[in-house]
Design a protein around this ligand. Structure first.
Ligand SMILES: Cc1ncc(COP(=O)(O)O)c(C=O)c1O
Length: 372
């Protein structure tokens, strides 16, 4: 190897090493091994997955698909076929819809297309972490303002940060990790004033009070992101979509992805879920009912505060230090997403709304840990 190649590679790898990556943390397998139980006994409430979707019926759909679908062929017509079905579900024309390999990939697409070096993505804190990673990879800047103490948008704080360098505004509503859906009027005010493109992430839209999709035509600068990973229970397949005006949709679907950005099998499975919409609707309804019960039960525990939610997870704050509570929960095989300090709340966790038996275990564990 030449010396110049060696030097180039060393410098390049050092630069790449400095890029932040997404880290999911411990897996159920590693936690189970540490405490000597089987992974199936782990109560996994750290990823906002919906376990309410009927797994048996979902597996039947996969089996049907295995018979119908020819894996040997490139998925040429699969996107238009899927979009025709999706259009009926979401109530937007097909030329306003773009599919992605999960909504994460669509966030990355928007950032790659619209943020150049030194340009800014604006958001608020705390929120979903992926947009920041994508912007940093583009050598862009990621600038935030804190949420208000009531977990709502700080409209003035955001507007004060608008400049001729702010190309994107990322608004996650309902917000991960606070679970709040922002006031419609606040999003409208910010989106109408923003001198760039607004990404409105509605990943948890099916569990929320409202969606901006019906109002999309009022916002020429808005890209709404949704996903099949949450309410539809297809997290493993990676299927997300964007809803935007035809001009932005065309660019998003044609100029950023490589051919066939979503597998044909995934698109067909998305169509199957749309053809069997009762599966998602029943699951979302059950989850929302269980969410109410969980909030109530958690708030009855001494030293535990659970906030209202419009998502499939809750924000929970404990009186005891988050590290200590987390350690105690892990010892009992319960995995939450530990956040620590959020605004004036020092010991926060993001807690997926699990199935009733999982939530019972969580409640019992927290009672024990809090000495209640
Ligand atoms: C707000 C938000 N957006 C997007 C995603 C990613 O969704 P997908 O699985 O479609 O990539 C998540 C996942 O947790 C999320 O919380």
């Amino acid at each position: 190897m030449s010396a110049s190649y060696q030097k180039w590679l060393r410098d390049k790898l050092a630069k790449l090493e400095a890029i932040d990556c997404y880290s999911a943390g411990a897996t159920p397998e590693t936690v189970a091994k540490q405490i000597g139980i089987s992974p199936s006994e782990i109560v996994k409430l750290n990823f906002n997955e919906s376990l309410f979707v009927d797994r048996v019926r979902q597996a039947e759909l996969v089996k049907e698909l295995a018979d119908e679908f020819d894996l040997r062929l490139y998925p040429e017509d699969e996107i238009p076929k899927f979009l025709a079905k999706l259009s009926g579900y979401i109530g937007a024309p097909e030329n306003c819809l773009v599919v992605g390999n999960g909504s994460d990939e669509l966030i990355d697409r928007v950032v790659r297309l619209f943020v150049d070096q030194g340009e800014v993505m604006l958001s608020f804190a705390p929120t979903f972490s992926i947009p920041k990673l994508c912007v940093k990879r583009q050598a862009g800047e990621y600038v935030t303002t804190p949420l208000l103490d009531n977990l709502q948008l700080n409209v003035k704080g955001l507007r004060d940060l608008f400049s001729d360098k702010t190309r994107l505004l990322y608004l996650c509503s309902p917000n991960n990790p606070t679970s709040t859906q922002f006031k419609m009027q606040d999003i409208e005010t910010v989106a109408k004033a923003f001198p760039g493109i607004v990404i409105l992430d509605e990943a948890y839209g099916e569990f929320a009070d409202y969606s901006f999709v019906p109002r999309l035509s009022e916002f020429q600068n808005m890209i709404i992101l949704r996903t099949f990973s949450k309410a539809f229970g297809l997290a493993a397949l990676r299927l997300g979509y964007a809803v935007a005006n035809p001009e932005l949709s065309k660019v998003l679907s044609e100029k950023a992805p490589l051919p066939y950005p979503v597998s044909g099998f995934t698109l067909r499975m998305g169509s199957k879920m749309l053809e069997n919409l009762d599966l998602m609707k029943k699951a979302a309804k059950e989850l929302v009912a269980e969410r109410g019960k969980l909030i109530k039960a958690l708030n009855q525990i001494n030293g535990v505060q659970a906030f209202d939610s419009q998502a499939d997870f809750l924000l929970v704050n404990t009186q005891k230090p988050a590290d200590e509570v987390n350690e105690q929960l892990l010892k009992r095989g319960i995995m939450l997403k530990k956040w620590g300090k959020i605004l004036q709340y020092n010991n926060c966790f993001r807690v997926t709304v699990g199935l009733p038996e999982m939530n019972k275990k969580l409640i019992a564990a927290l009672k024990e840990i809090q000495g209640d």
